[in-house]
Design a protein around this ligand. Structure first.
Ligand code: ACM
Length: 539
């Protein structure tokens, strides 16, 4: 904290104390109305430590937000919280306004360099009767912290004991820090295209549960979804259809930048994936020179995998990849570039290895860290590259032997496109049926013996062969994505299905407010849902 911001913090606290003293009678009434329990709140993901003090902080029309003003991004975090408070309560909470008459309670979002804050996304929340003080090293940490505040604001106000409407936040202390640095979901926009608006809604939901990464599977046999200015036919031809023969679509670079910016406001990083050397039919239809499977490429609207490959020994292919990586890297601020690399069944093994090693150099040339599905572990690649474990324990452990980090997305546990059960309306089951409890009841920390020190994090991929709109996306992603947020954020000791189940049931009002057509799993006693399990089965 700078000296001037320190002085400002004291002034604000002094102001609060002074105002609080003047309005002691009103506060007493607020405090008397209920004994709270911060530890019993339905927070997801579960914070590291919660210490309740059983009082109440009154969020009302006399509340203001102050943030560190010299620390990058903190004021934006304060404004984001104000917007969400407005949406939930209709209160107009001011941010960093100097003169506020009748100011009574303050939410202070503070950049702090305390050594108690264990990482960039760690935060601490001190909630007293008069103030909520949120401390974190970075704006990203502050952003995670305000999700906790959002979740603590009750759905309804209590207006029986006060003239003004008051939303009571339980007092106490929360000390929080994520278990893993990479907490992601993936959306396949190649098999079916999803609009910018759909992606934004998904980002809003992920942000609420403290995700920090969205991986976009941008290309596959059935479609190429990102404009590449130096190879325009990729989208003109390769983006023109999708599974089932619908019109497909693609993001212009401007639209992609819009997604990146929206994600960045939520402190979410976008990981772009260009899947290769297999899963490349759409690219080869657009530019047949890329093709290496010996057949004339045609637009493909089916769902089989493993038939396409790039011509891995042609320099033109690498000139093409250089252009693609350069253009995408230039508009992707995040540190990663995902090269796919899965299911290249018609690429010779030695050609595959040659390809991955050569593409890794291109990705590094554009200052990105390569991620690839676990098959890339067969190649001789750098320890800074990342193995994305989906299927083969052996491949993942080979990557570990090279000192690489691993992202945990085992299909049997973490694939959002697997059906919940035999009655599921959408999804596949080639890996498993994954009911809501199975999705939650596994430990990335110990799964298949991948050492925890090599685990970068957890990602829940949503493949889109069977879904083509936001409602279908929501049906497969929710509620399971909520459980995965806890698997990647909370420690193993803090995870317990019976306890989670109750907290999950209480997400229904939020999901309903967000108009999320989640799968109302019969394992959960949903708090208050707009529709019942039976209704959903009918439509
Ligand atoms: C994959 O599911 N083919 C990564």
């Amino acid at each position: 904290m700078t000296k001037s911001s320190l002085i400002k913090s004291f002034l604000i606290l002094f102001t609060i104390i002074t105002f609080s003293a003047c309005t002691a009678e009103k506060k007493k009434r607020v405090l008397n109305f209920a004994k709270t329990d911060l530890a019993a709140e339905h927070l997801i993901p579960k914070p590291l430590k919660i210490i309740p003090t059983h009082g109440g902080f009154a969020l009302d029309e006399f509340t203001a937000i102050y943030t560190s003003e010299n620390a990058a991004g903190f004021e934006e975090v304060g404004k984001f919280l104000a917007q969400k408070i407005k949406a939930k309560t209709d209160l107009d909470v001011q941010v960093n306004v100097d003169e506020i008459p009748n100011l009574e309670t303050v939410i202070y979002i503070n950049q702090a360099d305390s050594t108690d804050l264990k990482g960039p996304e760690a935060y601490q929340l001190y909630i007293t009767q008069d103030s909520v003080i949120l401390n974190s090293n970075t704006a990203a940490g502050a952003f995670r912290g305000i999700q906790t505040i959002r979740q603590l604001i009750p759905v309804t106000s209590n207006n029986t004991l006060a003239a003004n409407k008051i939303w009571t936040i339980p007092t106490g202390k929360i000390i929080d820090n994520p278990q893993f640095e990479y907490r992601g979901a993936m959306l396949d926009v190649a098999r079916h295209f999803f609009s910018v608006e759909d992606v934004k809604k998904f980002l809003d939901l992920l942000a609420y549960y403290k995700y920090n990464t969205l991986h976009l599977h941008l290309t596959d046999d059935q479609g190429w979804r990102i404009e590449i200015k130096s190879w325009p036919l990729l989208t003109e031809v390769g983006g023109s259809t999708e599974v089932g023969g619908e019109a497909g679509g693609f993001y212009t670079q401007e639209e992609y930048k819009d997604i990146i910016a929206y994600a960045a406001e939520r402190h979410i990083v976008i990981v772009p994936e260009v899947d290769m050397p297999g899963h490349t039919n759409a690219a080869s239809v657009s530019y047949p020179i890329l093709n290496g499977n010996g057949k004339t490429p045609r637009l493909y609207e089916g769902t089989q995998v493993g038939k396409s490959t790039f011509a891995t020994r042609k320099d033109t292919v690498y000139a093409f990849i250089d252009d693609v990586v350069r253009e995408i890297a230039a508009i992707t601020p995040g540190p990663y570039f995902h090269i796919g690399g899965d299911e290249s069944h018609v690429t010779q093994k030695n050609d595959y290895i040659y390809f991955v090693e050569r593409v890794e150099k291109i990705v590094q040339k554009y200052d990105k860290r390569m991620i690839g599905w676990d098959e890339i572990g067969q190649a001789d690649i750098d320890s800074s590259s990342i193995s994305h474990f989906w299927s083969s324990k052996k491949n993942a452990l080979d990557a570990v032997d090279k000192g690489m980090k691993v992202i945990m997305s085992p299909a049997k546990k973490a694939y959002l496109d697997m059906q919940y059960d035999t009655l599921s309306k959408h999804g596949l089951h080639w890996a498993a049926y994954i009911p809501t409890d199975t999705a939650y009841n596994w430990s990335p920390e110990t799964y298949e013996g991948i050492p925890i020190k090599n685990i970068l994090g957890v990602e829940a991929p949503l493949w889109s062969e069977t879904i083509s709109n936001i409602e279908e996306l929501e049906y497969l992603a929710f509620p399971r994505a909520i459980g995965y947020s806890e698997l990647s954020w909370s420690t193993q000791e803090n995870r317990d299905w019976e306890n989670f189940k109750v907290r999950l049931a209480n997400q229904a009002p939020f999901l309903d407010r967000m108009n999320v057509k989640y799968y109302p799993s019969p394992l959960i006693d949903w708090k208050k849902s707009k529709y019942s399990y039976k209704e959903i089965e009918k439509d």
